[in-house]
Ligand binder design. Structure first.
Ligand SMILES: Nc1nc2c(ncn2[C@@H]2O[C@H](COP(=O)(O)OP(=O)(O)OP(=O)(O)O)[C@@H](O)[C@H]2O)c(=O)[nH]1
Ligand SMILES: [K+]
Ligand SMILES: [Mg+2]
Length: 505
């Protein structure tokens, strides 16, 4: 009995000490206490490769490095690659000969002591080194995104930079890479921090005014300055929000739908653009029913293409559902490619223009102008010379028709012109990552910015009635901005931000 009480007492002192320790650590790191553990992971891709990179971070990194390279070896010069034999710490068997790097904290990606092994990328080598690391005390495999999480807690990156890093890893096109790189380099974070600093200054002035104006220590002009500053700031935030979601679109891909009458050659166009037989092509009208999707890179911009069922009235219930889905897609899309079988058109320009307008009206939702679509006149290989001339005339004369091009999915004639037209259209729908201010890239940022604008409205609403309540509006606006960069309420947002991170990053 005595013994049990003794244990309980010991356990509780231990617990208290541990708690105290972790509270202190937490205060230092400004984040959860995960730093006592040392983590490791394969940071390069899975599967056979020339070189694989295995990363370690945490206080036991130096020990791990020594354990695998032999205790008699000194630690490598910081940040310099050194060739070493890698030996299993228990079996003493040689695992590989590779490069090791030592990054003592705080000058490392995570801010902690870290190390890297660059080994031959065979599965047995990789699993041998991982197993050897796992056999060491205080080392455990890293969770997805855990290295970056530690870098965030060490203040190496703000949340927008973390998101930029995540986007860079997922970037599939050139423009996406540029946008992600800019965000990772801190452009967006700097913009939001600048706004935060200006808001903080305004708040300080308002609070000083509340505290000291009765003692005649503050001039009334201070509030006018605050008013001016907040109104400029609000203008900048609203301008940033008024981006037609171009940055978000570049990040997640432009939605382009291929639509039109049956047998116009929609599926043929999809296959041509994605360079593979993604959809079934046949002379049978009503071949496509489901929406067929494919991701393509159009001149450096990401495009999610969807081929849809040909639009016609039909008694077939399955095809009718296909037509309903096609119309739904057209409504949701950023851009519609309206495909027309040009060989079915008349010969004279007037009739052609009228027929094209009818087909457009058939595809686009009522009231929708031609701005959001491109007209694709397919099967040019089947045209007579008169038809060809008539079509060109109709396109020249009718300025109200959307941008159009004549092509053949069979001979590929006209395809290059179509691609440059498509690239222009996609480019105008996306942010330009090379010029102008950094783009808004995430719905999460948009939500917090809207919150910020709403809170600033509270200032305007109450400034003449109750200055304390008005100041609360500025404080809320600051909180909303702080949530974007992770300065405020990071833990609840972190799990969402790190959801898409891979292990080893
Ligand atoms: N001559 C010629 N035939 C084409 C061209 N493009 C497509 N076709 C043919 O037109 C027919 C219909 O092509 P699809 O690509 O299946 O047409 P679709 O619009 O997807 O048809 P649905 O899915 O049934 O609405 C097929 O026999 C194609 O080979 C073209 O440029 N020239
Ligand atoms: K067809
Ligand atoms: Mg089809």
């Amino acid at each position: 009995m005595h013994c049990v009480i003794g244990e309980v007492a010991r356990a509780s002192t231990f617990l208290a000490r541990a708690l105290r320790c972790s509270t202190i650590k937490r205060a230092i790191n400004n984040g959860p206490d995960s730093t006592s553990e040392t983590i490791f992971a394969l940071s390069s891709g899975q599967g056979k490769c020339g070189v694989a990179v295995i990363r370690i971070s945490g206080p036991a990194s130096a020990l791990a490095l020594r354990s695998l390279t032999g205790p008699r070896q000194s630690l490598p010069t910081p940040r310099k690659a050194m060739l070493r034999d890698l030996i299993h710490p228990h079996s003493k068997e040689m695992l590989d000969r590779g490069l090791v790097l030592w990054f003592p904290g705080p000058h490392s990606f995570t801010g902690e002591d870290s190390a890297e092994f660059h080994v031959h990328g065979g599965p047995a080598v990789i699993s041998g080194v991982l197993e050897a690391l796992g056999s060491l005390p205080n080392l455990r495999p890293a969770d997805a995104g855990e290295f970056t999480r530690r870098a965030f807690h060490a203040g190496k990156l703000d949340l927008t930079e973390v998101e930029g890093l995540g986007d860079l890893i997922h970037a599939e096109t050139e423009a996406q890479r540029r946008q992600a790189l800019r965000q990772m380099a801190g452009d967006l974070g700097r913009l939001y921090r600048d706004w935060s600093q200006r808001l903080t200054q305004c708040l300080a002035h308002v609070e000083a005014f509340i505290d000291f104006s009765e003692d005649e220590l503050m001039e009334h002009g201070v509030l006018n300055q605050v008013e001016e500053c907040l109104s400029v700031l609000r203008g900048e935030i609203e301008e940033h929000l008024r981006d037609e979601r171009k940055g978000e679109r570049l990040r997640s891909g432009v939605q382009v739908v291929i639509a039109g009458a049956t047998n116009a050659g929609k599926s043929s166009l999809l296959n041509l653009l994605c360079q593979r037989p993604a959809a079934i092509v046949s002379p049978v009208a009503g071949t496509t029913r489901d929406v067929v999707e494919s991701c393509v890179d159009i001149g450096g911009f990401p495009v999610l293409l969807s081929d849809t069922a040909g639009l016609r009235d039909t008694l077939d219930s399955v095809e009718r559902e296909g037509v309903r889905r096609a119309r739904e897609r057209v409504q949701q899309a950023d851009l519609a490619l309206v495909v027309v079988d040009s060989s079915q058109l008349f010969q004279d320009a007037l009739h052609i223009a009228a027929a094209l307008s009818t087909q457009l009206a058939e595809v686009l939702p009522a009231g929708e102008g031609p701005a959001r679509c491109l007209l694709v006149l397919n099967k040019s290989d089947l045209l007579s010379e008169e038809q060809h001339r008539g079509i060109m005339g109709a396109l020249r004369e009718r300025g109200d028709l959307p941008r159009a091009c004549l092509l053949s999915c069979h001979t590929n004639s006209g395809v290059n012109d179509f691609l440059s037209l498509l690239k222009d259209a996609v480019q105008t729908l996306c942010a330009d990552p090379l010029t102008g201010g950094p783009s808004l890239t995430q719905a999460r940022h948009r939500a917090h910015l809207l919150e910020c604008v709403r809170a600033l409205a509270q200032y305007r609403q109450y400034r003449d009635l109750d200055l304390a309540l008005a100041a609360e509006g500025v404080r809320l606006a600051l909180t909303a901005l702080g949530r974007i960069t992770g300065r405020v309420g990071a833990e609840e947002i972190l799990d969402i931000v790190f959801r898409d991170f891979c292990i080893g990053k």
